[in-house]
Design a protein around this ligand. Structure first.
Ligand code: ISJ
Length: 261
C-alpha cells in the first residue's frame, strides 16, 4: 500500500516535486498549516512541516537530514502588504493573516512584538473585512509581489528580509520530518529520496523553472531568482537561524496570538 506524504502545493516546493514521490509513497497536497494536523492524526507519514508546528508535534516526529525551506535575506513569498509602514503596525492597526501559515504568523508576531512590545501588537481581523495589512505566503504572495503593490500605494515587507536585517541569520520556514512510528522502510525511502534530491538539486531546479513560470504567469527569470533565494538543502547557518527562532519563541510565546478586533 502506498504511503501518503504531505506536499505543500506552492512553487517553492516544485524542485522537490520534480523528483517524484519517494519509493512506495505518494504526495497529498496540503497547505503548510494543514500538514501539522495531518501528521498529528497520522494521515500522512512525512511532510515538509512548518517549523512553527514543531512544538505541537513534539516527539511524534523526527527530522530527516537537513532539508526544508529557508531563506537568507529576502524570500519573495512571505510578504506583509500594508497601507502604512511596517514599523507603524501597532495596536491601533489591524492585520489579516492567511490561514495557511504556522511559521510566518509566528515570525510576524516576533518581528512586531520585539520592536513594539507584545502588548502593542496590531489586532487580527478574522473575517474578510477591511484591514490595514495582510500577511500572505506562497504563490499568492509571490505573484502579488511581482504584480506590484506599489501601484496600489502599498508598503511591501518581506519577512525573511526583515528577520535577516535584525538577526543576521537565515530564516527556516519548514523542515522535512517523518513520523517516529513510521515503518523503518518508509523512513529509509524518505531519507534516500532526500539524499538523491541533494545530489540532483541543480538539475531539478532547472527542470522546475519553465513549468513554474508558466503556471504563475511570470517570467522564467522571476522563478530562477525565487529558486535561488529559497534554500532547500540547509547548512549550519540555517540551523543557527532556526535555533534563534525557537529561542525567541520560547521567550515570548506566552500568548502567541494577535489580539482580536
Ligand atoms: C517561503 C515560504 O515558506 C513557507 C511558509 C510556511 C509558513 O508560514 O508556515 C511554511 C512552509 C513554507 O512554504 C512560503 O510559503 O512562501
Amino acid at each position: 500500500m502506498s504511503v501518503p506524504i504531505a506536499m505543500i502545493p506552492y512553487t517553492n516546493m516544485a524542485p522537490y516535486r520534480q523528483l517524484g514521490a519517494p519509493d512506495g509513497c505518494h504526495f497529498v497536497p496540503l497547505v503548510p498549516r494543514e500538514s501539522i494536523s495531518a501528521l498529528m492524526a497520522g494521515n500522512v507519514a512525512a511532510a515538509a512541516v512548518p517549523v512553527g508546528g514543531l512544538g505541537q508535534l513534539g516527539q511524534r516526529v523526527e527530522m530527516v537530514g537537513r532539508f526544508g525551506i529557508a531563506a537568507k535575506g529576502p524570500c519573495l513569498s512571505v510578504m506583509l502588504f500594508s497601507r502604512i509602514p511596517f514599523e507603524e503596525m501597532d495596536a491601533t492597526r489591524t492585520v489579516r493573516i492567511t490561514r495557511e501559515t504556522a511559521s510566518s504568523v509566528r515570525l510576524l508576531y516576533l518581528l512586531l512584538g520585539t520592536r513594539l512590545g507584545f502588548d502593542r501588537l496590531p489586532r487580527q481581523v478574522r473575517d474578510r473585512g477591511e484591514a490595514d495589512a495582510e500577511l500572505l505566503i506562497g504563490d499568492r504572495a509571490l505573484v502579488r509581489n511581482q504584480r506590484l503593490a506599489k501601484d496600489e500605494g502599498l508598503h511591501v515587507t518581506d519577512l525573511a528580509e526583515k528577520w535577516y536585517a535584525f538577526e543576521r541569520l537565515p530564516f527556516v520556514f519548514a523542515r522535512w520530518v517523518v513520523r517516529r512510528d513510521a515503518a523503518e522502510s518508509v523512513k529509509a525511502a524518505i531519507g534516500h529520496w532526500l539524499d538523491v534530491f541533494q545530489v540532483q538539486e541543480k538539475k531539478l531546479v532547472d527542470q522546475a523553472v519553465g513549468p513554474s513560470a508558466e503556471a504563475l504567469g511570470v517570467t522564467d527569470e522571476v522563478i530562477r531568482r525565487y529558486f535561488r533565494v529559497i534554500r532547500r538543502c540547509l547548512d549550519d547557518e540555517d540551523l543557527q537561524g532556526q535555533a534563534r527562532f525557537f529561542k525567541m519563541l520560547d521567550k515570548h510565546s506566552s500568548r502567541l496570538v494577535f489580539p482580536a478586533t
